[in-house]
Design a protein around this ligand. Structure first.
Ligand SMILES: [Zn+2]
Length: 358
């Protein structure tokens, strides 16, 4: 499996680089167009590693490493990886698959997953029968408070559902803590979402750190909400795939866990691995409910979104029926960047009844 390095770089925002640095414990600090971090490039501990947005290059100011791109940085940290594997690591870390041309569209190979196994020296990732078993992490957040989150309630997420999904709040940095379980209900990651507006420059979602352990997981190898929805998905042979955790929480708030068939990719693409998790449950219909990332029903943004959906269709329609929850020009019932669940139950049901079959 090979990706074009320049294409991958195109897709990486400054905030992604920040998250990657954070993942490697580089204690990054973000400024408007650059990042300063610990010199993890040569195992140093001064903050002299810079990343510049305009050149997309890292520069180590200790005189030992010079300039290099983000994939070279990954290789400096993990010398066992060749360039392709370093790229593959980054693609999976940010779940960028569907935004990229698959140079090699063959079935994924188990060899590819071993990268994560190599990388994760602290805890083992198990690979068994083509399945990745992410390491279980301790429940660092069970004693954090579980207050009512009024902003979320306004957006249709009920307090009962927040409690049921074990959503917590970190009063120290004003963020919501979202535990992620795998299909077997094992806790594999914790993501935090800031409620503080100024912090949004650092990304709405950031991996959480507890007792100095970073609690993120490779997003492309899991689906948020699958542990709750799996039996219904099996029975109905249908799944609704959305982008964010919030949409799953809204779905459960509107329709209850008994009717829940909604899972989130936690990115803006469905990885092959995620698709196979669903296919193994016997799905016959895959309903894509991604965000409305365009303002007008024409132009560049609109094309981008429709191309992306077309790609998902091309990739998976030979296995299952692929349908789309998609606003149209006549209705125009979703706002810019809204998910199909953001405007309430009735709007969602309208989109559901009128879902698009290509
Ligand atoms: Zn260095």
């Amino acid at each position: 499996m090979t990706y074009n390095k320049e294409e991958v770089k195109e897709l990486l925002e400054l905030e992604d680089i920040y998250n990657l640095f954070d993942y490697f414990n580089a204690e990054p600090q973000m400024y408007s167009s650059y990042i300063v971090a610990k010199t993890i490039c040569h195992n140093g501990d001064t903050h002299k590693l810079y990343y510049y947005e305009n050149t997309q290059l890292c520069k180590c100011y200790t005189g030992s490493c010079g300039s290099f791109d983000i994939f070279e940085l990954v290789r400096k940290i993990e010398p066992d990886l060749d360039l392709n594997k370093a790229i593959y690591f980054v693609v999976n870390f940010f779940n960028l698959q569907s935004k990229l041309e698959d140079v090699d569209a063959d079935e994924y190979s188990i060899e590819d997953f071993k990268i994560f196994k190599n990388y994760n020296k602290l805890h083992e990732i198990e690979i068994k029968n083509d399945k990745v078993r992410l390491p279980q992490i301790p429940n660092y957040i069970e004693h954090y408070p579980c207050p009512r989150i009024l902003n979320w309630e306004k957006e249709g997420i009920s307090y009962d559902v927040s409690k049921f999904m074990n959503i917590r709040y970190n009063p120290v940095n004003g963020s919501i803590l979202i535990p992620h379980c795998d299909i077997d209900n094992r806790l594999v990651g914790i993501r935090q979402r800031t409620l503080v507006k100024e912090d949004e420059i650092f990304g709405k979602y950031r991996p959480a750190r507890f007792q100095n352990q970073l609690c993120n997981h490779p997003l492309a190898f899991n689906l948020y909400g699958l542990n709750i929805a799996k039996d219904n998905i099996c029975n109905l042979r249908t799944v609704i795939v959305v982008e964010s955790e919030k949409s799953v929480l809204q779905y459960i708030s509107y329709f209850g866990t008994k009717n829940d068939i909604c899972v989130a990719v936690c990115g803006s693409s469905l990885s092959k691995y995620q698709f196979h998790l669903l296919l193994d449950l016997g799905i016959q219909e895959l309903v894509i409910g991604f965000d409305k990332d365009f303002e007008q029903f024409e132009g560049e943004d609109f094309e981008k979104v429709t191309n992306k959906l077309q790609k998902i269709y091309d990739k998976y329609s030979c296995y299952v029926n692929v349908t789309f929850l998609f606003d149209n020009k006549e209705d125009n019932i979703l706002g810019y960047k809204d998910s199909p669940l953001d405007k309430g139950k009735d709007v969602f049901l309208h989109l559901w009844r009128n879902r698009i079959i290509l």
